[in-house]
Write a protein that binds this ligand. Structure first.
Ligand code: MN
Length: 128
């Protein structure tokens, strides 16, 4: 079975795009539209990778990431931060919060799928 990816995204159109592209790659998808929901789904379903929109209503993606990193179950889960309007220092803040990688829109969708595949690779090797 392919890996489980949790998509945290409050914009329905973006969510639809990620869903379409990632389900075509065969991943099992989990979804959350805000930070609280993301934490709940992550704890219940243990995703293999998390796609984290930074701008979310309420708790933002960086806060969600910090909370996840406090939990040892998620200390090594790859988290890719995504932001719509890149501002100076965004990437540094994302990495500091515990994200492994950072993409700012607009990005090529192949950049995203390539990054995901690469980040899931070590896990696949471990499972052999
Ligand atoms: Mn957003």
């Amino acid at each position: 079975m392919k890996e489980k990816i949790l998509i945290v995204e409050d914009n329905p159109q973006n969510m639809k795009l990620y869903e379409m592209v990632l389900s075509a790659k065969g991943y099992t998808l989990l979804k959350a539209t805000d930070g609280e929901e993301a934490l709940g789904v992550a704890i219940r379903k243990r995703p293999d990778l998390i796609l984290m929109d930074i701008r979310l209503p309420g708790m933002n993606g960086l806060e969600v990431t910090r909370k996840l990193r406090e939990n040892s179950a998620f200390s090594h889960t790859p988290i890719i931060a995504i932001t719509a309007y890149a501002m100076k220092g965004d990437k540094e803040r994302a990495i500091e919060a515990g994200c492994n990688a950072y993409l700012s829109k607009p990005f090529n969708i192949h950049e995203l799928t390539g990054m995901i595949a690469e980040m899931l690779l070590p896990r696949q090797k471990d499972n052999v």
